[in-house]
Design a protein around this ligand. Sequence first.
Ligand SMILES: [Ca+2]
Ligand SMILES: [Ca+2]
Length: 686
Amino acid sequence: MSLGKSSGASVEMGECTRNPSYREADSDGPAAAAAAGRSSPEPAAKRLSSDAGQEYLQIQPYAGMPKEVLLRYSSQARYRVTREVLFWLTVACTLALVGITIAVIALSPGCLGWWQGSPVYQVYPRSFKDSDGDGIGDLRGIRQQLDHFLYLNIKSVWISPFYRSPMKDFGYDVEDFREIDPIFGTMHDFEELLADMHNKGLKLIMDFIPNHTSDRHRWFNLSRTRDPYYENFYVWTNCNATHPKPNNWVSIFGNSSWTYDEVRGQCYLHQFLKEQPDLNFRNPDVMKEMIDIVKFWLDKGVDGFRMDAVKHILEAEHLRDEPQVDPNKPPELVTTEWDLHSDYTTSQVGLHDLLRTFRAEIDNYSREPGRYRFMVTESYDYDEVWKTMMYYSTSLVRESDFPFNFYLLDLPHNKSGLWAKELVNLWMSNMPKGKWPNWVVGNHDRPRISTSAGPDKVRVINMLLLTLPGTATTYYGEEIGMQNINITDSQIQDPAGKYNSSLSRDPERSPMQWNDDVNAGFSSGANSTWLPVHPNYRTLNVEAQMQDDTSVLAQYRFLNRLRSSELPLNRGWFCYVHADAQVFSYLREFDGLQRAYLMVMNFGEKSAVTDLSSFPEFPERLKVLISTSHQNSGREFPKSQILTEPGEGLMIRYSTDTRFNPNHQGECYISEKACYLEFIDILYKC
Ligand SMILES: [Ca+2]
Ligand SMILES: [Ca+2]
């Protein structure tokens, strides 16, 4: 705005002239110059500008200074320099902050996902808790017991199938993938369960069964009647009605995997029960329908899937006979899966493409912050561990977060430290670099570890499970050392057991033992429970063990809580230290952290003295933080003489500045290397 060109300017000038300093400066300017006889050819404004530093040196700030005056005033060196210094200081600080932020992000190791930070607890829903007294566990029952998971510090819960099902294979024969079986409750019960779990910080992992449906599924009925869309939803082939064996393939449950269907006049394939026809994943419409089902549950908010029996998803299209393990065995005696090399019925080319397609759909739901959806595959190739490893994701293609590791199920086969190490190493030495391990010691298909390995080994096996690197899986009841039940032939419920009582999986599926009330607190109904409760429930139950700080439960809880809070245990190095006929010993440490955990565990049948004096990294005296034999907790041993009894596990905690892993690189593993800076309490990549 120009001076004197508007009334506003006049007002401003009026204000100016009331300021004595300005008036003095104003009159001192051109008037003083004229008085001094200096000629002044320059316009007044220009002269004012060039001489501002001199002429306005005496000006004091006052309210309502006009812009031009203010500018002249502020252009004095003392203000200009200060201003510029402050400006560049602000720029420098901002850049430094941005730089530090980028550096911290770049140097920070990734956080552990929820599926890495907690054991996965497997709930077998028929057996966990019955809410309505019919003797069968249900979803409302699970909801009633959520605090049990919080008590154990467990965050991930896998619930075995609860889809609508004729229960020929207790839920693994699905009649409708979008409905809850009435035995377990309603969709509303499920939604309430899921909401409650999320409110308590728990994640729900569902079973997903891609290989087959129930023969009662709508798709199968439409396929039998050759509905054009569903005609090829299952694996059909021509066969002889009186001798329905198009080839020698056998079912996992025994005998031919083909059954003649009178309605369609063809045979259908079933790799499991004849009531579980295999879906035909060579038909893209089948994949599309199954993906829609996955989305249905992801939309409901489930946190992940355990993909069932994945290696069976595809079969060879040529349907040729599989080679016999014993070529001389008469073909009519080839009736079990162990009689054949399952070259054409498992792990076919294209299988991983299908799983990666499922994974990509699941990942679409992982994009919201804090809503990672998890996928674990169930596949077991006992002698071909490399096949199992193929389910791990690669850096380019996403598949499983991990495939289930069932090798520890074989711990009871040979009670020795060497055997324990061999089974652990089978996974660790074959796992792709940087991947996350996992460990299973029990499930709904295998005898409980307390029975197969013996009750005296329960504590040490739980200790192993919770101190190895990676995610542990705990089958319900293992946290209290539940044992198999004995059942008579008339009590058998499992279809596999009805076919062959020695194959019955009922013994490991008995009701959860909550307390010493009727039915072990599992069911308040007067009627009997679907399987008998183990008679030891009066003393072996959750409530009793909560009162006893030396119990299996107390030890499980202690170790699991420690695991979640201690860096060496939840993401540190894992190093083999020693193995012999009795003892398996390993170390967990974390670079930059002084605390380390030395595990000395006796899986054998004799007491042992372990001499670790050849390792200079360990202090001379080692103090036991916790022993599975309670009386030995707190005990100190010289490192040359660490005493363990059969079935005893020691967790030794010590402090050191000397790292073990740099000197034993071939014996040590880590998934993602990270270091700790004690000085400012942060993790960083190293
Ligand atoms: Ca019930
Ligand atoms: Ca199949």
